[in-house]
Ligand binder design. Structure first.
Ligand code: SF4
Length: 229
C-alpha cells in the first residue's frame, strides 16, 4: 500500500458522516481532467506515508470521527487494501471505498470479507468510449462486472460521473445512465477547473446548467436517488 496523503477531516466525503480521507498513490487510468495528478503521475509521487502513521492518527480519532474514506489514485491496485480496510473497521470506523471499477476481483473480495460499508464507483463514459476518455486500455467487461457486483452487494453505494464539456455528449451521458440499469444512486458531478493531469484541461468547463437541467429531467426518474452536484 502506498499512501500519498491523509485528509484529517471531511464533512462531505462519506454521506452523513464525519470522515478522514486516505489517498493512495497510483492509478491505471489517465483521465486528462483528473484533479489528483500527484497520485497518478509517478514522477510527482511524494514519499509514501507509513501505515503506522495512519493508524497512530486514527487511534486519536476514535470516538471523534465516524468513518474513513479510501480514495486515490485507484486503491484497488494495492494487494493489501482488504486487510487495511478490515484493520480500520476493527477500530470501529465505517469504511468507504472509491474506485474506478477496473478491478472486480478485488471488489468481490472486499465485499465477501465485509471490509466495506459504502462503495462509490466512477462511470467514465459509455463502454465503447471508456479507453478514449480515460486515455488507457480498459477492460469494459471488468467495468460491467464491477457495476453488477456493487448493485448486488448489499453494501450501500453510489455511482457518479464527472462531466467535462466537449468530452461527452448528452446522448452518451444517457447511455451511461442506461449502463446502470435500476441502480440505487447516480450523481452527475460538474467538472470544476483546477489542477489537472493534462494541463490542457486546467481551464476546461463543465456542461452548461441548461444541459445539466435537461439531463436531470430525463434521468431523475430512473434512480431511487439522483442529483447533480
Ligand atoms: S480521475 Fe481517472 S486518473 Fe484520476 S484517479 Fe480517478 S481514475 Fe485515476
Amino acid at each position: 500500500m502506498r499512501i500519498g496523503a491523509i485528509q484529517k477531516f471531511s464533512m462531505i466525503d462519506y454521506p452523513g458522516k464525519l470522515s478522514a480521507i486516505v489517498f493512495t498513490q497510483g492509478c491505471n487510468f489517465r483521465c486528462p481532467y483528473c484533479h489528483n495528478p500527484e497520485l497518478v503521475d509517478s514522477a510527482k509521487f511524494l514519499d509514501p506515508i507509513p501505515k503506522e502513521t495512519l493508524f497512530t492518527f486514527l487511534k486519536k480519532r476514535v470516538g471523534k470521527l465516524d468513518a474513513v474514506s479510501i480514495t486515490g489514485g485507484e486503491p484497488t491496485l494495492h494487494k493489501d487494501l482488504p486487510q487495511l480496510m478490515k484493520n480500520i473497521k476493527k477500530m470501529g470506523f465505517l469504511v468507504k471505498l472509491d474506485t474506478n471499477g477496473s478491478n472486480p476481483e478485488m471488489l468481490s473480495k472486499i465485499i465477501a470479507e465485509s471490509a466495506v460499508d459504502y462503495l462509490a464507483m466512477d462511470i467514465k463514459a459509455p463502454l465503447e468510449k471508456y479507453s478514449q476518455i480515460t486515455r488507457s486500455q480498459v477492460d469494459t467487461l471488468a467495468i460491467q462486472r464491477s457495476i453488477q457486483l456493487i448493485k448486488k452487494s448489499g453494501v450501500d453505494y453510489e455511482f457518479r460521473s464527472t462531466l467535462v464539456q466537449d468530452m461527452l455528449s448528452k446522448k452518451e451521458v444517457l447511455q451511461m445512465g442506461s449502463l446502470l440499469g435500476n441502480a440505487k444512486r447516480y450523481f452527475l458531478q460538474k467538472f470544476v477547473p483546477s489542477k489537472t493531469l493534462n494541463r490542457d484541461f486546467a481551464e476546461a468547463t463543465s456542461f452548461s446548467n441548461q444541459k445539466m437541467d435537461n439531463l436531470q429531467q430525463i434521468l431523475q426518474n430512473n434512480f431511487q436517488e439522483f442529483a447533480i452536484r
